[in-house]
Design a binder for this molecule. Structure first.
Ligand SMILES: NCc1[nH]cc(CCC(=O)O)c1CC(=O)O
Length: 294
């Protein structure tokens, strides 16, 4: 029996259930174990209570304590620093990584007038939307996907920005009014991908997870996460990154785009192509270029 730990939110449960079903389809017995994290019980702004890592540490503690064998994370919430004794046993095929707008009356970003209120608690989304110069107001909000969409329905804000992947997993794609082009808003590193964590010495679970891994997704998110780590940025930092394995003239290549919000407003943006054999090097190099850009 494989014990799979999950947070109780609708999104976390949907993600955990998908992984449990995939493992069951391969003939494994899987039990879901609910875990409560600080991020679920404390409604203060994430920056005050330790960033999105708060969603993760309780699950990691449960893994180390053998209370669970597998933790399913949204990869974008997983801190980049490695944890002794734990490893990502599988990174499955990622969902569409882009951000989306859910606005009143079917509006798109360009149709929101000066002074319109957009709700988002993400410094990355704030930096990139402000840099578009639309004259819209941004206000910090928190809460699960349902709460955030509810703020649009209640008229508290004109629009919210969310990850498309979350809405896909909750069956709520119909509420999207615009999918944002990464040229305007680059998603968070790892957005849309799941990270399935287990103990590094658990050979039985590692073997069970191996068929769920998608090498192209792993390559892409490795570059994105190394870019984030090199910028020494936390999960709530104004950093966007998106990598793809594309077909180049001499075979597959890694294409990485990065965005870094600056203190005084404005966003630095750069792109690079590199080798799929060393995605971390591609992420590191682009991070250094972003830091040197003035
Ligand atoms: N920050 C919370 C969070 N963590 C993962 C997702 C969506 C799913 C994903 O990106 O894999 C979301 C919601 C959102 O940003 O709208």
């Amino acid at each position: 029996m494989i014990k799979l730990g999950t947070r109780r939110s609708a999104l976390a449960t949907a993600q955990a259930t998908t992984v449990a079903e995939a493992l069951r389809a391969l003939g494994h017995e899987v039990e879901l174990v609910p875990i409560v994290t600080t991020g679920d019980t404390n409604r203060a702004p994430l920056e005050q209570i330790g960033g999105t890592g708060v969603f993760v540490s309780a699950l990691r503690d449960a893994l180390v304590a053998h209370e669970i064998d597998i933790a399913v994370h949204s990869l974008k919430d997983l801190p980049t620093a490695p944890v002794e004794g734990l490893t990502l046993g599988a990174i499955p095929v990622r969902e569409d990584p882009r951000d989306v707008l859910v606005a009143r009356d079917g509006l798109t970003l360009g149709e929101l007038q000066t002074g319109a209120l957009i709700g988002t608690g993400s410094p990355r989304r704030v930096a990139q939307i402000e840099a578009l110069g639309l004259g819209v107001e941004l206000t910090g909000i928190r809460g699960n996907v349902d709460t955030r969409i509810g703020m649009v329905a209640d008229g508290k804000v004109d629009a919210v920005v969310l990850a498309r992947a979350g809405l896909a997993r909750l069956g709520r794609l119909a509420e999207i009014t615009e999918t944002l082009d990464p040229i305007q808003v680059l998603p968070a590193p790892g957005q849309g991908a799941l990270g399935i964590e287990c103990r590094s010495d658990d050979t039985v679970v590692l073997a069970a997870l191996a068929p769920l891994d998608d090498p192209s997704t792993r390559i892409a998110v490795t570059a994105e996460r190394q870019l984030l780590a090199t910028l020494e940025a936390g999960c709530t930092a104004p950093v966007g990154a998106l990598a793809e394995v594309v077909e180049g003239e001499d075979g597959p290549e890694l294409w990485l785009r990065g965005a870094l919000g600056e203190d005084g407003g404005g966003v630095r943006r750069l792109s690079a192509n590199g080798s799929v054999d060393d995605p971390a090097a591609v992420g590191r190099a682009l991070a250094h270029e972003l830091l040197e850009q003035t």
